[in-house]
Design a protein around this ligand. Structure first.
Ligand code: GDP
Ligand code: MG
Length: 425
């Protein structure tokens, strides 16, 4: 059985925790897009971890963790992250990286950083991890596929020269920065070849066999539907598809084999970086929610930046669940709302004086205002509750209200950061 866990909104919905819980039942956990830019927070018996590139199954010795070909792999950061996990007592995990994955190069990080500097106030709010230059190069066919490191030296050197010629035009003439040197790039790639060698495999064959053998496979998404380059708030999006459908591209698993798609929706909204966010709140109201939200506040797992906060946006979440093809919803961080007398929820947008319930493209989204309704709060701590029936009536009503608007069954409710804080319906 293949299950995908993906974000319905702007990311940081709590996918890490849900994946961690679901991973226990899996044989294989796969990262299928993005790279070091995203962060999943996982709290378990070893402590609290922020995973960036490692699949969330690394805490279980029975799981094979796969990095699919759709991922932007930063080799040095991958090794460092692996070490940071094993240094804290986690047994050496089983990891397999697709030989068709591509390498995120140091110059991708540089170009990302220089471009954000150049754009200054008009920047994309990139994490400067090199993600956009990486995917641009992949589709311009000047990326380095891991398999190429193990191939013909003359071919690789020729390709490096070609890439260096192109990159140096930007570095010298647009950014006025030091240029790249072919020999140094070659040495860097050989260093990557050495450190990655123990982990490289044909993940396509491995996963196809696993599907045939009826193994439980979990595809874990990064960010959320609204950061998808096709369906999200373009151009303030990420550079790889964040949709469950892309799990098929990144693994070679047939799309029709992805039977369960769990979309994660947070009980309120948060976003990082720039971009449209209709139900956003500001000032003290936002500070309070930021402080009460998540596990110790809503701050980026990768960057530590304060996240932008807003009320639950049912227009966005309904849309996000549909583009993900959600078969179930995991509704997270419900506990954080326990301080509110009344909880505003965005049920529609007002666009040019008209009420709409669909999520429009960015040009129109810019003019949308939230239509809010207020639901009664429950004013107590709901952590520790294990059954839906045991939740306060107003908390149950809040969940049921969201479920009706989203149109997908909320089968999982998360009411605290740790593994045990979970309610199945
Ligand atoms: P991801 O990127 O979707 O994996 O989400 P992040 O890990 O970046 O952000 C979610 C934050 O909420 C993390 O700090 C989690 O530990 C925390 N979290 C997840 N589920 C819950 C929950 O049900 N309640 C509370 N209070 N925190 C949660
Ligand atoms: Mg995150």
């Amino acid at each position: 059985m293949v299950t995908a866990i993906v974000g319905a909104d702007w990311g940081d919905e709590g996918k890490g925790k849900i994946t961690d819980v679901e991973a226990a039942k899996s044989d294989i956990v796969v990262r299928f897009q993005g790279g070091f830019n995203a962060g999943h927070t996982i709290v378990n018996k070893y402590g609290k971890f922020a995973l960036h590139q490692l699949p969330s199954g690394v805490f279980y010795s029975h799981i094979t963790n796969v990095i699919g070909n759709g991922v932007a792999l930063d080799p040095d950061k991958f090794i460092a992250e692996l070490k940071s996990v094993t240094d804290r007592g986690v047994p050496q995990p089983k990891i397999m990286i697709s030989n068709r994955a591509q390498i995120l190069m140091p110059y991708h990080v540089q170009l990302d950083t220089y471009e954000e500097e150049r754009l200054s106030s008009h920047s994309y709010g990139s994490t400067k991890s090199g993600i956009a230059p990486f995917y641009s190069d992949k589709f311009a066919k000047i990326g380095f596929q891991i398999s190429e490191l193990f191939g013909d030296e003359a071919y690789l050197r020729e390709k490096i020269d070609h890439v260096v010629t192109l990159k140096n035009v930007y570095l010298e003439h647009l950014y006025h920065k030091p240029s790249l040197d072919s020999e140094k790039i070659y040495q860097t790639l050989m260093h990557y070849k050495k450190i990655l060698a123990p982990y490289i495999g044909d993940t396509f064959e491995f996963l196809r066999d696993a599907v045939k053998d009826g193994k439980n496979i979990l595809l874990e998404g990064q960010l959320g539907a609204l950061k998808d380059p096709d369906f999200g708030i373009y151009p303030m999006v990420t550079s790889s598809n964040t949709l469950a459908a892309y799990g098929a591209v990144s693994t070679g698993i047939p799309p029709y084999d992805i039977k369960n798609i769990i979309a994660v929706v947070k009980a309120y909204s948060s976003a990082v970086g720039a971009g449209e966010f209709v139900s956003e709140i500001f000032g003290e109201e936002a500070d309070e929610l930021r402080h009460k939200g998540g596990d110790g506040g809503e701050y980026g797992a990768t960057t530590g930046r304060p996240r932008r906060l807003g009320w639950l946006d049912l227009v966005a979440s309904h849309y996000g669940c549909r583009v993900q093809g959600a078969t179930a919803v995991a509704f997270t961080v419900l506990d954080a709302l326990g301080y509110l007398d009344e909880i505003p929820v965005c049920v529609a947008y007002e666009l040019d004086g008209k009420k709409i319930e669909s999520f429009p493209p960015t040009v129109d989204l810019k003019r949308c205002k939230p239509v809010l309704v207020k639901l009664p709060g429950w004013k107590c701590d709901i952590r520790g509750i294990r059954k839906f029936e045991d939740l306060p009536e107003n908390a149950r009503k809040y969940v049921e209200f969201a479920e009706k608007a989203i149109g997908v069954p909320i089968k999982i409710i998360s009411n605290g950061p740790s593994r045990e804080d979970i309610i199945y319906r």
